[in-house]
Write a protein that binds this ligand. Structure first.
Ligand SMILES: [Cu+2]
Length: 686
């Protein structure tokens, strides 16, 4: 359960912070309304969603510059600026939910049906230190913002559903809030059921899933600026099929509890506890083709909190001071059995040997105007990180312990590990005189620690290439980034662009053991090691209002990633890609087309004998056209209708998953769905 001492400690801090800071407070700072689109920042209201995204990862891929890997129908894992997994800080309504699958069948975004959130904010790169250490690639905030009821208002709600052909996806959701000015009760539910889809070559792809979400939020809102919320959320994913993996997942259950508080003096506190139970096997949802049955039950528990305080000083200097804490525990076992047994029970590997990872941080951010038109921002954070694994000496099949594996591949057993990490950023925005726009330069350092998989994974196998072993001695990844950008706006045209250069010390590279000292040159076990790396790229987005009815937008993004220690390409780097959009809007009607163009990717690391073999291959470019429409029938009812992959192209994103199926370790690119028509209906009431 939730660590009681943590809650008490955080609660104890609240009044002290208040007392200490109260005299200098003028008002809490809020930024709202129309403002210049900031380079690298996008905020989307989930009302604007077109079609039925499978999960938040699927939705994020529709944002220019965000890519994602697909292993099946569900659980798309996002990539921003060539960075993924723990290089991104992903918060689900303030909470960290670290998935339960050692093979990332369930990234955090798989527990977040977008319809149950109010907005999705993506901050690319390192522009804030508020949401935890690391986040070198970016921060994704899925947010629920229940508005306070006005006098005489007691009820609001929205219900809807959707259908997508091809995968025969059926979706229903409901969002109902009741209360008054003093408080509210909000209930959110979502249900989705999908069959396998066919790619455009008419090949059926194992991608079916069923997901259900229920959410109850109780809020106390004594005035506009004070609120206390308690949220209980349950997510259930059942019978999720993965064509890109050697196993499927009969169940993934996530429960999350959140407590949030903010007051009129600018203090905010959030506490959360999330628990994931995940199960995957290679026989209950597919015919057994492997020589042995395999079953991997696993668990991930995360608890944490954040308390921060905003101050506006008399010289318009705005400060945010805060403290955060996060503890994650992960445990996973792989059991095997003969094809004749019903429930494999022989412990073959301790995949996650009861791993504890604790991060405690303090942070400060400040921004101040300089001569009215310029802005200076600075942030600094310190994190204390400790990690240890508790089952490293326990024997699995053949008496093999996790420690034996660490010893074999890194020359020593695991030890408790700690880090003291310092990160921060500095950013200067220079207003462009009369024109509405600015240029900026920023420098940042972000430090991300290795996760349970990178540090302690211990999957054994008699065939070396099918072993997968974490490195207990990994140093944290240190990103040093320089970013230059511009944003400007004229009456019909706005545009923003940025270029960045990221020099990474101790980049955590997933590789093969042949490069390790003292390891047989043909041992291709999956290992992790620190290398030097260099990532650079650019993003450009522009939108133009052509006339009263037509608007168009264009985006272009690119990242170039190199392991400079070995002069090798970094695997899983998305290619140059672009989106072109044209939209017509007339009062209650909107019609648009979206073209995604992806270039070929030839900078790959696709050979496990000489490199990591994590890329499936060099990938051809593709382009895909989607059409959408939105019709407001009346104030309450909206219909959306569209078609994805109109030209029925057979294609797969370059980025793919690594297949850790011991019987078939080759990475597989999973084709995207062929042409699919979709319909959404929603009904709003008050
Ligand atoms: Cu799994």
């Amino acid at each position: 359960m939730i660590n009681r001492s943590l809650i008490l400690a955080l609660l104890a801090i609240t009044p002290i912070t208040l007392l200490a800071e109260e005299p200098s407070i003028l008002a809490p700072v809020t930024v709202e309304g129309d403002y210049l689109p900031e380079p690298g920042v996008s905020q989307q209201e989930t009302e604007e969603i077109m079609g039925t995204p499978v999960d938040a990862g699927d939705f994020l891929r529709s944002i220019p510059g965000v890519s994602g890997t697909r292993m099946g129908g569900h659980g798309i894992d996002p990539i921003i600026r060539g960075q993924s997994q723990n290089q991104l800080n992903i918060l689900l309504d303030g909470a960290y939910v670290h998935g339960g699958c050692p093979n990332r069948m369930d990234p955090p975004t798989s527990y977040s049906p977008v319809e149950t959130y109010d907005s999705v904010k993506v901050i690319k790169g390192s522009q804030t230190v508020r949401y935890g250490g690391g986040g070198s690639g970016g921060t994704v905030l899925l947010e629920r913002k229940t508005p306070r009821f006005n006098e005489g208002q007691y009820f609001r709600g929205k219900m809807g559903g959707g259908y997508t052909t091809n995968s025969d996806t059926k979706q229903l959701f409901g969002d109902v809030t009741a209360g008054n000015t003093q408080g509210f009760v909000r209930g959110l539910i979502e249900y989705q059921d999908a069959d396998n889809y066919k790619d455009a070559s008419d090949h059926e792809t194992r991608s079916a899933y069923t997901t259900q979400t229920g959410n109850l939020i109780l809020g106390y809102t004594p005035n506009d600026k004070t609120r206390l919320e308690v949220g209980l959320e349950a997510n259930r994913s059942d019978d999720v099929l993965y064509s890109g993996a050697g196993m499927d997942s009969p169940l993934s259950d996530n429960d999350t509890i959140r407590v949030k508080y903010k007051n009129e003096w600018g203090t905010q506190a959030e506490l959360y506890y999330s628990e994931v139970d995940h199960l995957m096997d290679n026989y209950s949802l597919r015919p057994l083709t492997a020589p042995m049955k395999m079953r991997v039950p696993s668990k991930s528990k995360t608890q944490g909190g954040r308390i921060s305080h905003d101050l506006l000083m008399e010289n318009e200097m705005e400060w945010t001071l805060g403290l955060d804490y996060q503890h994650n525990n992960r445990d996973a076992n792989r059991f095997v059995g003969m094809p004749s047994v019903s429930n494999p029970s022989k412990l073959q590997s301790i995949m996650w040997p009861d791993v504890d990872l604790t991060q405690t941080g303090i942070f400060a951010e400040m921004q101040m105007p300089v001569r009215d038109v310029n802005l200076f921002k600075v942030g600094l954070r310190y994190d204390r990180v400790t990690s240890e694994a508790n089952r490293i000496a326990q024997g699995a099949m053949g008496g093999m312990t996790p420690n034996h594996l660490y010893q074999k591949y890194y020359g020593k057993p695991a030890d408790a590990h700690d880090e003291n990490n310092i990160g921060g950023f500095m950013r200067y925005e220079h207003g462009l005189g009369d024109e509405d726009g600015f240029v900026f330069a920023s420098l940042s350092r972000s430090v991300r620690t290795a996760d349970a998989t990178e540090r302690f994974l211990a999957a054994n196998n008699t065939v070396p290439a099918q072993r997968w072993v974490g490195n207990p001695d990994l140093a944290p990844e240190q990103h040093h980034q320089l970013e230059l950008g511009i944003a400007w706006q004229q009456d019909r045209w706005d545009s923003n662009a940025s270029v960045y250069y990221n020099q990474v010390t101790d980049y955590i590279l997933r590789d093969r053991a042949h490069a390790q000292d003292g390891i047989w040159q043909n041992d291709n076990a999956t290992i992790y090691r620190n290398v030097e790396a260099e990532l650079y790229g650019f993003e450009w987005a522009t939108r133009i209002q052509l006339d009263k009815y037509f608007s168009s937008s264009f985006s272009l993004d690119y990242v170039h990633a190199t392991n400079t220690s070995d002069d090798r390409h970094i695997a899983q780097t998305p290619p140059l890609s672009s989106t072109i959009n044209l939209e017509y809007q007339y009062a209650w009607f909107r019609l648009g087309g979206n073209l995604l163009i992806s270039a070929q990717q030839t900078r790959v690391d696709d050979n496990m004998r000489t490199g990591s073999g994590l890329d499936a291959e060099k990938t051809q470019g593709f382009n895909v056209l989607d059409l959408y429409s939105h019709l407001d029938i009346n104030k309450q009812t909206a219909i959306k209708l569209g078609v994805n992959n109109l030209l029925d192209r057979t294609y797969a994103y370059h980025v793919n998953r690594a297949n850790v199926d011991p019987f078939n370790p080759e990475p597989i690119q999973v084709n995207e769905p062929g042409r699919a028509y979709w319909l959404n209906l929603s009904f709003t009431f008050e």
